[in-house]
Every structure is written in C-alpha cells, then in structure tokens.
Ligand binder design. Structure first.
Ligand code: ADP
Ligand code: ADP
Ligand code: MG
Length: 645
C-alpha cells in the first residue's frame, strides 16, 4: 500500500477519497486553487499545495503543476477523482513518466474508450451489443442525414467526445436534422474541441442502467448495476441499486457483457459500462445496448458500495498499489436497496438555474451518509459545479430505502443558497418513481408538478418580516411602542408588510389585503416558535430562510430604493442571473423580438443558460457581446419601454 497519495480534485470527491485513505493509514496531499484556499478538502488533507488561480484551466486541469506538487511532497500516487484530469490519457502518461502511479486505468484503456464512436466499434468486436446507428468516420452532413434516415427517426446525434450530457441532440423529424447536427457539432467543438458526431437510434422508453466493473489488469469482475434513469437533460439526479425489475438472468447477461468490455481493454481499476435499456416492456436480456464507458470512479458509486459492502476507493488504492482484485465474482453479494440523491445549489423553479452563496446553515440528518465537499460557512462559488452533497441511504427493500431517502431529504437543512431539495423531495413522492416505473423522460414529463412551489402562507411572510425587523429575541417591550401600536413597514421581496407589536411575543401583521396575528413567537437556537408551531430558520443579513420540511422559503428584505427600481425595471431587461460568460448573442439593437425568443446564451458553473425575451418588443440596447464576462446583476439587454396605450 502507498504511504502517501495526492488527490487531484476538489469538493466532495476529494474528501471522499481522503476519508478512505485515512482509514487505510495513507497520508494525503490536497491541491487547491485560490478560490479553495480554505475549502474542506484542504482542511481534511495532511498537506496541501496551491496550484493556481480559480479557473479550472489554470489550476485543477494543470497536470504539470499537480505532478510537481506530488513530487515535492513525496506522494507516490495520484488519485484523479472524477471529472478534471480523470479521463485524460496524456495526464496518465505524464504521471507515469514522472515515476508516479496513476490510481486508475492505463492511458491505453482510457484512450480506447475516450471517443464514443471508437469505443462502440471496439465493443462490437468484443461481442457487446451497441446502440444501433452510425459511428464511422464520414462526417459529410448529407451522408449523415442519409444514415439517420436509414436508422429511422427519432435519432440521437452525439458529439463523439461528449460528456456530462453535452453535445447531444434528439431529432424527431428529418426536417430538423441539419439544424440539430450543427448544434451538436458546435457544442462538441466548443466544449471538447472536437466537432465529430455519431448518430444513434433513439431508444424508446429509455432506461439508463450501468454496470460497475473492476479489474486488476488481468481479471475483471462486475459489482452489479445501478439504475440512473431519473435524469434531467441527460444528467443524473437520483440513482439507485439494484435496478427496479432486475432479474438475476438479466443481471448475469448484462454483467457478462460489461466484463467482456473490460477484458477487451485489459482494464485495471474502477470503471462503469453504461447501457441504454428499452424499458417499454419490462427488462429483456435482448434489449440493452452499450452507450459508453466511464474509465473512472463514478459520481454515484456509493449506491454500489451500500449494497455490496465494498469500499470502491479502497479497492482502487489496493489494485493501484499492485494487489490483485480483492474478491472473485462469486464472492460479490448484493444486499438490500440503496438510493443516492444529488443535492445542488440550483433553483428548480427557475429552470434549474445554478446558484451561488455562502451556506449559512448546513445540516444532514444523523445516521445518513452525506458525501459533501462543503461545511456550514463555506461558499458555493461560480467557478465550480454547484454540488452541495450526495445523500445516500440503504434499506432492506426499495420501499424502505425510498422512505429513508424522503425523510433524509426532509431533515436536511441548507440555508444561504437556494437548493434543489424541494424538487428532490417531490421526486421521492412521485407515484411512478415509487412504483419503479420510470424512464429517462419522467422528470421532463412531470416537471411542472415536481417543481411547483407553494407560495408561502401569510403567516410565514409575517414571521419573516418579524425576523427581518430583528425584533427577536430582545423584544422591545418597554416604552410607548407597545401602547401606541406603532406599525413598522418591512419591504420583503414578496411584498410589504406592516408589523405591530401587540404584546410580548405577539405581533399583528398586515399586507395590502390580508392580516394575521402571530402569537407566542420565540427563538430557540435555530428554531422559531409561532402559533404553536416550531420552524427551523436561518438568517443572514437581509435574508431570512424559513423551513417547512425540506422547503426553505427564502425572504429578502429590500431596501426601499432597490424595491422601487425592481418594480419599474421588471420585464424590460435581461439581467445576468449569475456571473458567467456570454456564449452567444442572438439579437441586435433595433431588432424586433417576440416573447420567449432565445436572445442570449450564457455559460456559468459548467452549464449553459438561455435567456429569453421577457415580452414582445424592440431591442433598445445590447450591452454585451459574445465572449464577454458578466457579473451577477449586469444588464445585458434592454427592450424599448412600452408606449403608454
Ligand atoms: P457520472 O459519473 O455519473 O457520469 P456525471 O457525468 O453527472 O456523473 O458527472 C461527472 C462529471 O462531473 C465529470 O465528468 C465532470 O464534468 C464533473 N466534475 C468534475 N470535477 C468535479 C468535481 N470536483 N465535483 C463535481 N463534479 C465534477
Ligand atoms: P454522456 O457522455 O454525456 O454521459 P451518454 O452517451 O452516456 O453521454 O448519454 C447520456 C444520456 O443520454 C444517457 O444516460 C441516456 O439518458 C441518454 N441517451 C443516450 N443515448 C441514448 C439513446 N440512444 N436513446 C435514448 N436515450 C439515450
Ligand atoms: Mg454517460
């Protein structure tokens, strides 16, 4: 076993790897950017080396600096985590050339699976069923269109170098093929420096079922499957193991295909073979097809750990240090059912817009595995992806585990940033999901229902106003305020509220059309009592968050000036919702635009966001151009004011 390793990553996965390293008595070295100087992964490590400024291209993707840090600290091996340099064969080569061990597969294996087209060709040779389609070298648009006709619509165009759900376009109708092709090529070029595509048959009622494989370069085994069908825009949201409806026959056939795939490249370390499954009629051993292989530890690996009892990072370290596979296929047993939910700082009610913010409160329920790279007080910054944590539960049956997931999510507290918690809770209550009846389209079909938020009750609004006024805990009991019942006006983002102190702990609150009395209001740690209820709350400057279960209602006290500006500025402008890069401007000054038309595409936090015209109108001012960096709140485009009619 190694005595010291360097972890070339950040966030939850860096922390996850360090935890196992510590259990094995292996010292750890963290690397960090300017933005991460005080991050959790730095605090957890035995040593830490600064590798550059915040942008990933200048820090976490700087292989040479990372290797230099390993050499300088005497680390013998580098664990890449996922993302970043984990699937970069040149980095693996450089690590080995420096006399260090890469904790992962060989450069050759990564290269063989790096491009989806070549990987599919290789898998076909190895006798693994692949998704029908075209994955050759010819890229002429007319030729590709003819191939799409042959395959039969709908088809899926994929950038061959794609990942993270990027560079993909589903095409339902031949008339849309050319435009979709251009979109996929553009995204492939921009994100991966490679415009080449492959075309696949769109599998109906698609389920994403993947097999965890593990090899030591000589032998490979599989550790069962994960079902990752709950996706939004081709990105996983909740994963589970085993897959609902899986039979031992189907598992054996899929497992054997995955092991054939690993054997075909002499695989060493942890890897995942992703299959798409036609779920229209139950699971059928004739109806699964290879999509791609991820030659690294997967984000959702904990559900496999839960049902197998195996620590996959431990296996990675043992195999990389020269040990053979720690178990044989027949020694692998699956027990119970596990779920993982990905908790992100994002606003599901606003098209899943990623959010930033300092996490003023962060609490996970006792007894639940929560893999997180942040602590209370840490910030979600625009530089990296907005993951806060992964919650993992394990129960005797799927029903039990799903109940555990729901309560774990409900008992999780995050304040300081909007999160997808309410959306995740809504998913755990989805009848189809509960019945195991799901496909990759489930979220999109029911998105409205899953992201609907109840407007906070007048009681909650009033309580937020009282908290914002900071009348608690030292209530102003003395003096005439009490007797003259002087009302104080609070401008919250949900409206203005007049608060009158009626008696100690009792407030009369009034909006323009409703009123409510709050009785027995008192603070107790991070909870507030009101009218016999107890609610968790968090307060940071002008922002008050009140929790009803997992739903954190966020209220912001506006200063009267801002309130006035917001009221008039409303639907006339496109404002940058977060710091980011302007990727595309699809408008010009003087142009007539219609409501909903895509005008500006921004890239922030690894995602693209399309900003659309808030109403019909004429572009009066265009303040940004392609390639420009914008700050949160910058006005990017303004429409001509509406003529008074
Ligand atoms: P999966 O492993 O299930 O395929 P995803 O594809 O959703 O998971 O996410 C893996 C991706 O996460 C990586 O390919 C990368 O784009 C992104 N990523 C990279 N580094 C990090 C990190 N430190 N924290 C979170 N996500 C990261
Ligand atoms: P990435 O590298 O971005 O992860 P994948 O090839 O793994 O790309 O595809 C991502 C997701 O897109 C899959 O999990 C699945 O939901 C969907 N998908 C991919 N190929 C198909 C297909 N042929 N038919 C239907 N859905 C597909
Ligand atoms: Mg994939």
């Amino acid at each position: 076993m190694f005595s010291k390793i360097l972890i070339a990553n950040r966030g939850e996965i860096a922390c996850r790897v360090m935890q196992t390293a510590r259990q094995l008595g292996v010292r750890t070295v963290a690397v960090y950017s300017d933005a991460d100087a005080t991050a959790k992964h730095v605090a957890m490590a035995d040593e830490a080396v600064h590798i550059g400024p915040a942008p990933v291209a200048e820090s976490y993707l700087k292989g040479d600096r990372i290797i230099a840090a390993a050499l300088a600290t005497g680390a013998q091996a580098i664990h890449p985590g996922y993302g970043f340099l984990s699937e970069n064969p040149d980095f693996v080569g450089a690590v080995e050339a420096a006399g260090l061990t890469f904790i992962g597969p060989s450069a050759r294996a990564i290269r063989a699976m790096g491009l989806k087209d070549a990987a599919k060709a290789l898998m076909e040779e190895a006798g693994v069923p692949v998704v029908p389609g075209y994955h050759g070298a010819e890229q002429d648009p007319a030729f590709l269109a003819a191939e799409a006709d042959k395959i039969g619509y709908p088809v899926l165009i994929k950038a061959r170098a794609g990942g993270g759900g990027k560079g993909m376009r589903k095409v339902d109708d031949p008339a849309q093929f050319r435009a979709a092709l251009e979109g996929a090529q553009r995204e492939g070029q921009a994100s991966f420096g490679d415009a080449a595509v492959l075309i696949e048959k769109w599998i109906t009622t698609p389920r994403h079922i993947e097999i965890q494989v593990f090899g030591d370069g000589t032998n490979a085994i599989h550790l069962g499957e994960r079902d990752c069908s709950l996706q939004r825009r081709h990105q996983k949201v909740i994963e589970e193991a085993p897959a609902p409806g899986m039979t031992s026959e189907m598992r054996e056939v899929m497992g054997a295909a995955a092991v054939r795939a690993a054997d075909a490249i002499g695989y060493s370390g942890a890897g995942t073979i992703e299959f798409i499954v036609d779920g229209s009629n139950g699971l059928d051993p004739e109806k699964f097809w290879f999509m791609e292989m991820n030659t690294r530890l997967q984000v959702e690996h904990p559900v496999t750990e839960a049902i197998t009892g195996i620590d996959l990072v431990e296996w990675q370290l043992r195999v990389a240090s020269g040990e053979p596979l720690p178990a044989t296929q027949s020694e692998i047993t699956l027990t119970g059912h596990a779920f993982e939910a990905r908790l992100y700082a994002e606003d599901a009610t606003k098209g899943f817009l990623p959010a930033t913010g300092t996490l003023t409160a962060l609490r996970f329920p006792n007894g639940t595995r929560a893999d997180s790279g942040v602590r209370a007080g840490d910030a979600i910054t625009p530089h990296y992806d907005p993951m806060i944590a992964k919650l993992i539960v394990h129960g005797a049956s799927r029903d039990i585990a799903l109940g555990q997931l729901r309560t774990a999510l409900e008992d999780t507290i995050v304040a300081g940033s909007v999160t997808n918690l309410p959306f995740l809770v809504a998913l755990t209550r989805h009848a189809g999901f509960a019945a195991g009846d799901m496909d990759t389209g489930l979220i999109e079909r029911d998105q409205d229902e899953l992201t609907r938020v109840g407007t906070p009750s007048i009681e909650l609004q009033a309580l937020a106003a009282v908290l914002a006024l900071e009348l608690l805990p030292s209530q102003p009991l003395q003096g005439f305020t009490l007797w003259t019942k002087l009302a104080q006006r609070v401008e919250l983002d949900c409206g203005s509220i007049d608060v009158t102190v009626a008696s100690p702990g009792c407030y009369e609150c009034r909006t323009s059309d409703e009123q409510v009395v709050l009785k027995d209001v008192a603070l107790e740690g991070c909870a507030v009592h009101v009218n016999g209820r107890r609610l968790l709350y968090a307060q940071s400057g002008p922002v008050v968050t009140l929790f009803e279960g997992a739903v954190g209602h966020v209220f912001e006290r506006l200063d009267p000036l801002t309130a006035a500006v917001e009221a008039t500025g409303g639907g006339d402008r496109l404002v940058a919702p977060m710091p980011g890069l302007v990727k595309l401007v699809n408008a010009q000054a003087g142009a007539h635009v219609t409501q909903g038309e895509a005008l500006i595409v921004m890239e922030a936090m690894k995602m693209e966001h399309t900003l659309t015209a808030p109403r019909d109108g004429i572009v009066a001012e265009l303040a940004v151009k392609q390639g420009q960096q914008v700050a949160d709140g910058d006005v990017m485009l303004a429409l001509e004011p509406l003529a008074d009619a």
